[in-house]
Design a protein around this ligand. Structure first.
Ligand SMILES: O=C(CO)COP(=O)(O)O
Length: 249
């Protein structure tokens, strides 16, 4: 983490939660008092209203896990960036590997989603990352560069307004974390690619995601180009999420 960038820790609840369960989690997060790092939760669409209400007077931000590329119209099941903005969403995750894999989202679609979010003042958290097969084939660099390049192209002069999350697919939900050195190596590549596109690359936040837990967060976040985390499983337990936020400070 650099001195000049403020750390950010984002919880990706994925498809978890209920009114009652969220209530407890949000209460525990709020009652922890001021957090040493900027924090946010990205929740399933039906719970946006709940987090908007419960976190309204807290420093914790919120957002969604996907957004439509379309502004409005006959797109059954889709949710627009304007709708997310209506709920005060500060962030939206785009291009999570689970969406790339299970919903066949292409690099171009992900880039267009990032653009749609920014157009409504929502910060896209753009996920990139290689599969285990790609890493073993020595393709990590080519894969993440290709994924990021599509977004850089689509955002043009707004590149510095996104957050990028490097999430190696093989580390998600598996308990296999990238080593700090592996993660830093990819983050450095991503920042160099961003620097070629934006004079503000040094100020951009690059998050690491993939089995981040309280016991490995500090060493990951201590790497020069890692500015915080995108947290799945551990974000569902207030104690763990708060410990990870503290590790980022
Ligand atoms: O996919 C992730 C966050 O977006 C990471 O999930 P886990 O932290 O559960 O591995």
């Amino acid at each position: 983490m650099s001195e000049t960038r403020q750390p950010l820790v984002v919880g990706n609840w994925k498809m978890h939660g209920s009114h009652a369960v969220n209530e407890q989690l949000l209460e525990a997060l709020k009652s922890a008092g001021p957090l040493p790092a900027e924090a946010a939760v990205c929740v399933p669409f039906p719970y946006l209203a709940q987090v908007a209400e419960r976190l309204a007077r807290s420093p914790i931000g919120w957002g969604a896990q996907d957004v439509s590329v379309h502004a409005q119209g006959a797109y059954t099941g889709e949710v627009s960036a304007a709708m997310l903005a209506d709920f005060g969403s500060r962030y939206v995750i785009v291009g999570h590997s689970e969406r790339r894999q299970y919903h066949a989202e292409s690099d171009t679609l992900v880039a267009d989603k990032a653009k749609a979010a920014l157009a409504k003042g929502i910060t896209p958290i753009v996920c990139v990352g290689e599969t285990l097969a790609q890493r073993e084939a020595g393709e990590t660099e080519a894969v993440v560069k290709r994924q990021l390049s599509a977004v850089i192209h689509a955002l043009a002069h707004c590149v510095s307004e996104m957050v990028v999350a490097y999430e190696p697919v093989w580390a998600i939900g598996t308990g296999l974390t990238a080593t700090p050195e592996q993660a830093q190596a990819v983050h450095a590549l991503l920042r160099a690619q961003l620097a070629a596109a934006s004079p503000r690359a040094a100020q951009m936040k690059l998050l690491y995601g993939g089995s981040v837990k309280p016991d490995n967060a500090k060493i990951l976040f201590a790497q020069a180009d890692i500015d915080g985390g995108l947290i799945g499983g551990a974000s569902l337990k207030a104690e763990d999420f708060l410990a990870i936020c503290r590790a980022a400070a």
